[in-house]
Design a protein. Structure first.
Length: 86
């Protein structure tokens, strides 16, 4: 995954509970019986393929946010190009 604003690469484990831009988990995306695709399509919506959404602000370079008083990481959502939280 690449952070568009800073062009830093992020290497992280993608597992069944990793979130997609469509709002569904990686485990809900369709798999082939043989070889796994890198971006499998979603089985619950017309999403074109899995697109990783970071779950923590540190993953997008906002390392200072969890240190702020009153900040709740459970309510934080990553912003996409359109500016909406996912």
């Amino acid at each position: 995954w690449r952070n568009a604003s800073s062009s830093h690469d992020f290497c992280g484990r993608i597992g069944p509970m990793s979130r997609c831009m469509c709002g569904h988990d990686y485990g809900e995306h369709a798999w082939d019986k043989g070889r796994k695709k890198l971006r499998p399509p979603c089985g619950s919506c017309p999403c074109g393929g899995f697109r990783y959404v970071p779950r923590r602000p540190e993953e997008v370079g906002e390392y200072w946010l969890p240190r702020r008083r009153g900040f709740d990481v459970r309510l934080w959502r990553a912003k996409c190009k359109c500016g909406h939280g996912h």
